[in-house]
Design a protein around this ligand. Structure first.
Ligand SMILES: CC(C)(COP(=O)(O)OP(=O)(O)OC[C@H]1O[C@@H](n2cnc3c(N)ncnc32)[C@H](O)[C@@H]1OP(=O)(O)O)[C@@H](O)C(=O)NCCC(=O)NCCS
Length: 199
């Protein structure tokens, strides 16, 4: 994936590792199949609301279809694709959000980074809200949404699901939180460089 060149000043994971982010395109099917088929049973269930990876081929077909996908991004760390996130037409002015991060890469800020980037892309496209259907016990996803500063949720306890709505017009908190996360990541990158230099 030599086209995933890292840009100086580009995004960093929470622990300061550089992340390359680019649009998904035709030809990415193989690497995305590896990513999605390699998810643990829990991550597969949380992503596809089903315990089986049978949904992977139809999701990939959706990603390659401009009519069915508003925007799709993949993220790579150390030249390995570790995450994919996408927006799909919902109703007018709205798109549905989906994301999956490889199990071994979870908890390092990559899901947050992709959601932040998709919020910016969606705003640029004139959308006013994003939606997601999240399992009620999917605490990591609900926390990532919660940290965005733009979210309201409606729980459906009878179905074990939460409807998440991201209001793209509520700007101020979002920008402050993005800047705070970027500062954490840059501090981690500096410590990482100091450690590398000392070793
Ligand atoms: C849910 C999922 C996408 C989250 O992605 P992730 O990369 O693991 O999550 P992140 O690392 O970005 O966020 C985890 C936490 O780090 C925080 N964080 C992220 N970047 C940070 C930064 N630079 N500085 C400080 N904190 C940061 C987040 O706010 C979040 O807060 P918490 O510690 O209070 O939980 C991932 O776990 C996943 O793919 N799960 C399986 C599939 C799934 O559930 N998909 C969602 C269906 S819609």
């Amino acid at each position: 994936m030599d086209d995933l060149a890292l840009l100086p000043g580009g995004p960093l994971t929470r622990t300061g590792r550089p992340v390359a982010v680019r649009d998904v395109r035709v030809g990415d099917e193989r690497v995305l199949t590896q990513l999605l088929a390699g998810l643990s049973p829990t991550s597969t269930y949380r992503r596809f609301l089903s315990g089986s990876p049978a949904s992977v081929p139809s999701y990939l077909a959706t990603l390659m279809s401009p009519a069915e996908t508003v925007c799709a991004l993949l993220a790579s760390v150390e030249n390995r694709v570790v995450a994919v996130a996408s927006l799909h037409p919902d109703r007018v002015g709205s798109a549905e959000f989906a994301v999956a991060v490889a199990d071994e890469a979870q908890g390092d800020g990559i899901g947050t980074l992709l959601l932040e980037e998709l919020v910016c892309r969606a705003r640029g496209l004139g959308l006013t809200r994003l939606t997601a259907l999240v399992l009620a016990d999917n605490a990591p996803m609900l926390e990532v949404f919660g940290e965005l500063g733009l979210v309201r949720t409606v729980s459906r306890p009878d179905r074990g699901e939460v409807d998440v709505v991201v209001d793209l017009s509520a700007a101020a908190t979002f920008e402050t939180l993005v800047a705070s996360r970027a500062a954490t990541a840059h501090a981690a990158a500096e410590s990482r460089q100091d450690r590398d230099a000392a070793s």
